[in-house]
Design a protein around this ligand. Structure first.
Ligand code: TRP
Length: 464
């Protein structure tokens, strides 16, 4: 008798786990930084449009492919492409996804590890001492990145935590962690937003984020917003596909997808409100640099009353958000071994986790950390510095957009109308009009937009 595939306990379980995957360093670290760099308002609006017109339809597509096939990416493409144009070649998209998951997790976990260090330092008071002397904080950060021992230690701790969750499987591991982490994360964020409401910079922050000034929008900014919509929603490598394969047939895909997109966007905007309110509360020039989160923010935190508590909460929050994302990355790689190689979950998790840890050590010790920090544009400028920067550049600028493009093309053009409509209506009822809109977006709008990113990367467009 075939073993029944594991399932989320229900609608909420799936939404929390998938939102946990989407919400991560991309929201709390990268989005505020690129929004700041691109002068807020207009950029934020374009980002919102990208989420709605490209991100959301591809989110629906990935979940659909997963739930229809009941398999992880490689198997999903093998099964669904059977007897169709392209045939087994579509499995390549699945393999690309598994490899991308492996690569992203290897360096993502290194950055995530920094949050452990910062939380500990905030609690012990060391961060407060350093924050009073910005120069010292910066040199501390530099030597922290330059210490292979520390980098490997925190990377290892983070991978260990990730493995521990995935080890217990879909229900007892991933969903349980999400049910604990997501409410915690939202609570901490709300506390911080309420707190920043009373800071003097709040008004200016709102204006910065929500008043568009289109004269400040660059072509590069538009493409950057589009690219980021992929990363932040965990799209393009089959993470949502894998999570979708554990979804119950009686739950609505469109509804879940829209909720996940909305939550992810909400958190990204909240992160901006928090960071900008704090930054604008003080009269000092904040460099447009991606190190804001680790070198500037602590300085500002400790100028506020209760800085120690606020900063400890904040770094813990970033760590939790990162953990629910690393879980999804490891799940893609592990479920490949489980579904395709026939491994048991425990073996798959521990073996793949260990392999990713070892591979990640390259990023941890190459001091590419600083390279990542200066080249954090996931879509955009090539980075040649360090293993870290190179992997990030490859994964985010090439693998995710290419994967996303093929996922859109496959769902829009290879899967028949009956197949996709049938799957989307399961749990959602009759959805004629939204289905037509979605089908148009997935066949034309999304491939065109993603194609534009890829072409611009090939042409070496400057994203400044
Ligand atoms: N979306 C997460 C973030 O914003 C990162 C992430 C998790 C991811 N799983 C992914 C990105 C799969 C791309 C693909 O931090």
């Amino acid at each position: 008798m075939a073993k029944q595939r594991a399932q989320w306990s229900g609608r909420i379980g799936f939404v929390l786990a998938a939102a946990g995957s989407a919400i991560g360093l991309g929201n709390l670290w990268k989005f505020p930084y690129i929004a700041y760099e691109n002068n807020g308002g207009a950029f934020v609006l374009v980002y919102l449009a990208a989420i709605a017109l490209v991100g959301a339809p591809i989110m629906v597509a990935e979940i659909l492919l997963g739930r229809r096939s009941q398999l992880s990416p490689v198997g999903a493409f093998r099964l669904l492409a059977q007897g169709k144009p392209g045939g087994r070649a579509w499995m390549g998209v699945g393999f690309l996804g598994v490899m991308t998951g492996f690569v992203i997790l290897s360096y993502y976990s290194v950055v995530a590890g920094w949050t452990i260090r910062y939380t500990l330092m905030a609690i012990s008071g060391r961060l407060g001492t350093l924050a009073n002397h910005p120069q010292e904080l910066e040199s501390f950060f530099g030597s922290f990145l330059g210490s292979p021992f520390e980098q490997i230690l925190y990377h290892g701790l983070f991978m260990g935590a990730t493995c521990a969750v995935v080890y217990f499987g879909v229900g007892r591991g991933i969903e349980r962690a999400a049910r604990l982490l997501m409410p915690l994360l939202i609570t901490i964020l709300l506390i911080l937003v309420v707190y920043t409401f009373w800071t003097p910079g709040f008004r200016q922050a709102m204006v910065f984020i929500f008043r568009p000034n289109f004269s400040q929008l660059t072509a590069g900014g538009v493409l950057e917003a589009l690219g980021h919509s992929f990363f932040t929603l965990s799209l393009g490598m089959g993470a949502m596909l894998t999570y979708g394969s554990y979804m119950r047939k009686k739950d609505s895909i469109p509804r879940a997808a829209l909720t996940i997109c909305a939550l992810d966007t909400l958190i990204a905007v909240m992160a901006c409100i928090i960071m900008f309110s704090i930054i604008f509360s003080f009269d000092f020039e904040v460099k447009k640099s991606s190190t804001i989160l680790f070198t500037t923010l602590p300085v500002v935190f400790f100028k506020l009353p209760g800085g120690a508590i606020i900063s400890a909460l904040f770094y813990m929050l970033v760590g939790f958000a990162a953990l629910s994302s690393t879980i999804s990355l490891l799940e893609v790689v592990s479920s490949y071994a489980i579904d395709e190689l026939g491994w048991r979950r425990k073996r798959a998790t521990l073996t793949m986790g260990a392999a990713i840890f070892v591979f990640g050590c390259l990023s941890a010790v190459s001091n590419g950390g600083s390279a990542l920090l200066s080249n954090i544009n996931f879509i955009g400028r090539p980075s040649t510095q360090g293993v870290f920067g190179t992997l990030d550049y490859l994964a985010s600028n090439w693998f995710l957009p290419v994967g996303g493009l093929f996922i859109a093309l496959f769902t829009g053009w290879i899967l028949t109308r009956e197949e996709s409509c049938d799957e989307l209506e399961s749990g959602a009822g009759n959805i004629r009009t939204p289905y037509t809109v979605w089908r148009f977006l997935i066949r034309f709008a999304a491939p065109a937009a993603v194609g534009a990113i890829i072409v611009s990367v090939i042409l070496g467009a400057e994203y400044q």
